[in-house]
Design a protein around this ligand. Sequence first.
Ligand code: SF4
Ligand code: SF4
Length: 496
Amino acid sequence: MSNSPNPHDDLEGDLSEDLFESAPFDLLRTPVIGPLFRWRHSRTVLAFPLLLVSLAMILHGLLGPTISPKNLATVLTWVHFRGALVLVILIAGNFFCMACPFMLVRNVMRRFIHPRFNWPRHLRSKWIAVALFALILFTYELFGLWSSPWLTAWIITGYFLAVLAIDGLFKHATFCKFLCPIGQFNFIASTVSPLEVAVRDHEVCSGCHTKDCIRGRRAHGSDLVVLQRGCELALFLPEKVGNMDCTFCLDCVHACPHDNVGILSRPPATELMTDPRRSGVGYFSRRKDIAALALLFCFGALLNAFAMVSPAYTVETWLSHVLHIQSQGSILALLFTAFLVIEPAMLLGGAAWMTREWAGVTRAWLPLVLRYAYALVPLGFGMWLAHYGFHFFTGLYTIVPVTQNVFASLGWPILGEPRWMLVGLPKYVVEPLEIGFLLLGLAGSLFITWHLAEEDAGPRRVQAFAPWAAVCVLLFLASIWLMTQPMDMRATMMGG
Ligand code: SF4
Ligand code: SF4
C-alpha cells in the first residue's frame, strides 16, 4: 500500500497489479540483450551504425540520383525509418531515441565544448516542439519532401546542426526535451509501449542517499569531471511515471549504485488513464502543451494520411476554385487549420459540453478537454501505424535495389545489378494489418475513456463515456475510410 498523498498513485498501482500480477519482465535481466544494454558503451555502439547510415543518406541525397525511389535518403527516411520506428515503439519502447545518431555527435562535441547556459525558464514547455512538429507535417506536404532526395538530405543535415547548436549552448538535454519534434513524437507514442525504464524496488530508493540516477557521478574533488551522467531529462527515477520525456538513454541504469533500474514491462497505455505527479513532467492534466501534443499526434495522423489520398487533391482543387486562391501554401494552411484546430475544437468541445450536460460532471470545459485528450493517443498511434506500416511493408524490399545501385554507381557492383522489381509485400497482406492496427488503437482509446468516465461520473459513467466514445468511433471510421482510398506509393517505384 502506497503512502503517497496523491490518490492516483494508488490507483495506478492497482491497475498495474490487476493486469500484471507477477513480477514484471525486465529486459536488462535477459541473456545477451541485458548485458549488452547494461554495458556503458551500448548507446554509442547502437548509434554508430545509424550515424554511418545517416551520413550515407546525406551524401546520396546530395550527390546521388534525383529520382526518390532510387535514392537512399528518401527511401530510408520515408519508407523504412518511419515504419520501423512505430513498429518498435509498438512492440517494445522508445529505442530510436536510445540509438539516436544526433546524440552521438552531440556527445562527442560535449567532450570539447561545455555549454554554459540554462534553457530559459519561460521556454521550458513543449510549445516550440509542437509548433516544429506541425511545421514538419506542413513542409512535408508543401515541398513534397518524399520526392526530393536533396531536400531530405538537407533536413537531416539541418537536424545535426540544430542539435549541435542548441546543446552546444545549453546545458542538459535541452534539444531532446524541449525542441526535437521526432523526440516528442516518440515520447507521446511510447506512452502505449509495453516497456518503460523504471526502478525495480522502491524500498531501495527510499534508503538511497546519493540519488545518482539524477545527479550523476563526478570525480572526487572536481565538479567539472563527470564520471557518469544522471538523467539529463530531469526524471528522478523513484518518481518517474511512464515514458513521457524518457529517451531510453540508460544513463540512470549506469548511474544507479544499487543496480535498481531496469527496462520493465507494464500494461501499455495505463499511464494515459492516471494523473499522478510525474517527475520532470508534472501533472498531465495541467500540461496544456502536452495535451496539445497528444491532439496534434492524433489529428496530425489523420491529416498526414488524408494529404496522400486522391480526395485530398479534389478538395484542394475545389478550395482553390471557390476561394480564388492559387497559392498551394495558402490552401494547405487552410486544410491544416481545419484539421488541426477547428476539427479537434469542435469534436472535443462538443464532447466536453455533453459530458457536463448528460453526466452532470462538474469539471470545467477546458480541464475536461485536457483530461480526455490523452485518451486519443492510442487511436492516433493506430493511424500512424497503419499509415507508416503501409509504406514500410509495401516498400519493404526497395532498400535492396537502392543499395545495389549505390555500390554499382561507385563502380563496385559487389551486390549485383539493381533488381528494381523488388518492391514489398502485396496489399492483400498489408491491408488486414492496417485494419488490425486501427482496431487496436480504437480498443485502447475506448478502454481509457471508459476508465476516465467511470472515475468522473460513477453511476452515470455511460452518459459520460458516450460522447468521447462517439469521437473515437468517428475518428476510427475516418481512418478506415482513408485507408481504403487510393494512396500515393510515395518514394517507391510504384509511386515516385
Ligand atoms: S534509482 Fe538508484 S540512484 Fe536513483 S534513488 Fe533509486 S537507488 Fe538511488
Ligand atoms: S536517464 Fe532519464 S531519459 Fe535516460 S533512460 Fe533514465 S529516465 Fe530515461
